[in-house]
Structures are given as structure tokens and as C-alpha cells.
Ligand binder design. Structure first.
Ligand code: GLU
Length: 417
């Protein structure tokens, strides 16, 4: 993940560039460079061997002018306050780009979930939720899944919060399992939204999905479902990878079969009939569509000039550095930024929250068609602005998102004083 590179530096640099470009009110600029509030909690957890481990958890609210703080929780060894803060800032812009009534937040716990048992993960999740029980709430702060968290973990958050207030509250968290108030279509929503943005791009370029060759970096929830949906639509999935490495077959891989292999062995590596490649090689493969759906800081000034795909759709948050953005733009690539390309997840989270608050649930068709409406509209706005202002699509997305947030802040004013 971040290593020597700091995601927060990237997020603030991106924001500074857009602030200058749109002549952002200096007071708003100052306020949005820093998060509204950060919580750091220590989570003591009884491990299976009866020893106690103490994990550090974070929750950061970047801005809540447009609505409750919204954003996922990640469990990863490299989680830091800076990273969670960067991710919370990206959530603010993302919710504004797709125009849903939320502010931006993110949470995380520094831990290695791959080495923890189900019981340990449950203990950790419940303790983290207990520490933040006065922060979370359907009108204040609504978590969701992110890297290495899943619907079961959301169920434990929902239960811990509900037990503390005395009744079942589905609106406190999204990405829940269906039987406790989850939304149909939420699990695949980030990928479906990403695919909708790819379709919009293909339409603009007069290209057919059947002719696309796709490489997917990261075979978690986002990468797998994106591959699956595109494969069903007729595209050829030529490569996929996970944290251990990847596989490549120019004739095409079957995404479901590959997922079954990963389920069995823990990795896509060793999949029969495909060549073994590294994550770095995957990014530079001969293909037409590249979906970085793993972690941040993957496409940098070191490899951006070797990327061959002409459409890059960011399923992950922050996979491209600002220097790489410029290189890709100069090379004429069609680059769909995270705040647009992966906004389908939080959009269906919004649908799940609305359904939960109303206790009235929609069909999957309804969810998917409303998602398409939002994604298509956001794409068109961003595309149009990028063409008229001659800026890359990240800058265009930010210009739209930051302006919406600034407008809300100016209308609401500064209070208390
Ligand atoms: N973690 C996802 C994201 O980065 C989803 C957030 C949400 O649904 O609140 O967009």
C-alpha cells in the first residue's frame, strides 16, 4: 500500500490543484484541506489462544456539509491515520460527484485479517464498533465494507450498535447481508457501476464491448464482479491478479472458474492453462481495458508510460498518482477516476440506507436501473466538463464534486463561532 508514498499528500495535492483551477473561496479551501474530525480508538481483543492483542482503529469524518458521514471500513496491516484521512477526503468528492446526500468518511483497523480467525474478527469488529457507538448512527455516520471487510462484518456492526440502542437499526451500516436489511445488488454495485462507466466510455468511442480485452488487478469483491459482468457482456478477460500475483491467457479466462480456484487455493495463481505474471506485469499487458481494483499507488510515474490499455477504470481508491495522471492524459488514455468509476458502491449504499430507513425494499431491477441512471448522468457531466475545459476526467470530476461541497458549505455558513 502506501509505503514511502503518502496517500494523504496525493489527496491534498489533487485538491489544491482543483481549488486553484476553480478559484475556490480561500476559507473553504482551508477548511477542506483538513478533516472535520478524527477518532483513534484502541481495540483490545481476546484472541483464540486467550492472549489479548490491542489493535488501533480509526474513523475520520472529512466533511459533513451535504449529509451524514459515509464511507467504508478497511482491515489491513498498512492502515494509518493519514491513509484513512485521504480515503475520507476521496469519499467527500465521490458522494458529491454522483450527487448523493452524504459527506465523506472512512474507517480502518491496522490488522491482518488473513491471519485472524472468524471469532477474532468478530471480537475486533464488535470492540471497534463499541468504541465508536456514539459516533456511528443512521443520521450521523454510516460505515460500509472496504478492503478486506465484508457483509458478515457489517452484520456484526449492525448488531453491536442495535444491541446498544435496544432495537434493530438497519440504517446504521450498509453492505449488510440481505436478511437483516441489505439491498439486492449491493454486493456487485461497485463493479456494476464501474462497468456502466466503461460502457459510457465505449459508447463515446463507438466501440463494442465484444471487442474488449480486459485485465483486472485485484480479484476481491470489486475485481471479480467486474470481470464476471464484462465476461457475460462478451468481453474477453485476459488477466487477473491478487496480492500474491496474477495469471494471463490472451485467449480469455473464465472469471467464475478462476474465482472457484481462488476460493480453493487462496490465490488466482496456479490457475490451469494460464501463464503466471506479476502485478506489475499485469498493469502493462496488451489489453484495451485495465481495471485497477486493488490498492492505491499502483500506476505511478515509473510505469504510466508503459500502460497499453486505452481505457483505465479505477475500481480501487487512489491507484494512480498525480504524476501518472498527467502522463496518461498526455498519452491520450481514457482514464475513469475512482471518484466516478467506483462510485457505484456508495450509490447502492445510499439506496440500501433509504430502504432501511423506510423499511421498504426494492427489487434488484429497480436498484440496478436507478444505479445506471446515476452513473450515466455523472459520466456525462464529467465527460462534458473534461471536453469543454480540456482537463482530464479526474480534474473534471473534482471540479464538479468540490463545487457542490463548497456550495453547501457557503449556504450553511460558519457556525458556531
Ligand atoms: N468502500 C466503498 C468506497 O470506497 C463504499 C463506501 C460506502 O458504501 O459507504 O466507495
Amino acid at each position: 500500500m502506501s509505503g514511502t508514498h503518502n496517500a494523504l499528500d496525493v489527496a491534498v495535492r489533487q485538491f489544491d490543484m482543483v481549488a486553484e483551477r476553480i478559484n475556490l473561496d480561500p476559507a473553504i479551501h482551508k477548511r477542506l484541506r483538513v478533516p472535520a474530525r478524527c477518532y483513534i480508538v484502541s481495540c483490545p481483543v481476546r484472541m483464540d489462544d486467550r492472549s489479548v492483542e490491542v489493535f488501533t482503529g480509526y474513523r475520520v469524518h472529512h466533511n459533513t456539509s451535504r449529509g451524514p458521514a459515509k464511507g467504508g471500513i478497511r482491515y489491513h496491516p498498512d492502515v494509518t491515520l493519514d491513509e484513512v484521512t485521504a480515503l475520507s477526503m476521496w469519499m467527500t468528492w465521490k458522494c458529491a460527484v454522483v450527487d448523493i446526500p452524504y459527506g465523506g468518511a472512512k474507517g480502518g483497523v491496522a490488522c491482518n485479517p488473513k491471519q485472524m480467525s472468524r471469532t477474532e474478527l468478530q471480537h475486533l469488529t464488535r470492540r471497534y464498533t463499541s468504541e465508536l457507538v456514539n459516533v456511528f448512527g443512521p443520521r450521523t455516520d454510516i460505515p460500509a465494507p472496504d478492503v478486506y471487510t465484508n457483509p458478515q462484518i457489517m452484520a456484526w456492526i449492525m448488531d453491536t450498535y442495535s444491541m446498544s440502542i435496544g432495537y434493530a437499526e438497519p440504517g446504521v451500516v450498509t453492505g449488510k447481508p440481505i436478511p437483516i436489511g441489505g439491498s439486492l445488488g449491493r454486493n456487485e454495485a461497485t463493479s456494476r457501476g464501474c462497468v456502466f462507466s466503461i460502457y459510457s466510455m465505449l459508447k463515446r468511442l463507438n466501440r463494442d464491448v465484444n471487442e474488449q480485452t480486459v485485465a483486472v488487478q485485484g480479484y476481491g469483491n470489486v475485481g471479480y464482479h467486474a470481470a464476471d459482468i464484462l465476461h457475460d457482456a462478451g468481453a474477453t478477460i485476459v488477466a487477473a491478479s491478487d496480492s500474491r500475483g496474477g495469471v494471463y491467457n490472451p485467449k480469455g479466462l473464465d472469471p467464475r472458474d478462476l474465482a472457484a480456484h481462488k476460493n480453493e487455493t487462496g490465490t488466482v495463481q496456479g490457475y490451469p492453462g494460464a501463464d503466471s505474471i506479476t502485478n506489475e506485469e499485469l498493469l502493462e499487458l496488451e489489453c484495451t481495458v485495465l481495471i485497477p481494483a486493488a490498492l492505491d499507488n499502483q500506476i505511478t510515474e515509473r510505469n504510466a508510460d508503459r500502460i497499453k490499455a486505452d481505457i483505465i477504470a479505477e475500481g480501487a481508491n487512489g491507484p494512480t498518482t498525480p504524476a501518472a495522471d498527467d502522463i496518461l492524459y498526455d498519452r491520450g488514455k481514457y482514464h475513469l477516476p475512482d471518484v466516478l468509476a467506483n462510485a457505484g458502491g456508495v450509490t447502492v449504499s445510499y439506496f440500501e440506507w433509504v430502504q432501511g430507513l423506510e423499511r421498504y425494499f426494492w427489487t434488484e431491477e429497480e436498484v440496478n436501473s436507478k444505479l445506471k441512471g446515476i452513473m450515466d448522468r455523472a459520466f456525462e457531466n464529467v465527460w462534458h466538463l473534461s471536453q469543454t475545459e480540456k482537463v482530464n476526467m479526474r480534474m473534471a470530476s473534482y471540479m464538479i464534486g468540490v463545487k457542490r461541497v463548497a456550495e453547501a458549505m457557503l449556504l450553511r455558513g460558519l457556525y458556531p463561532q
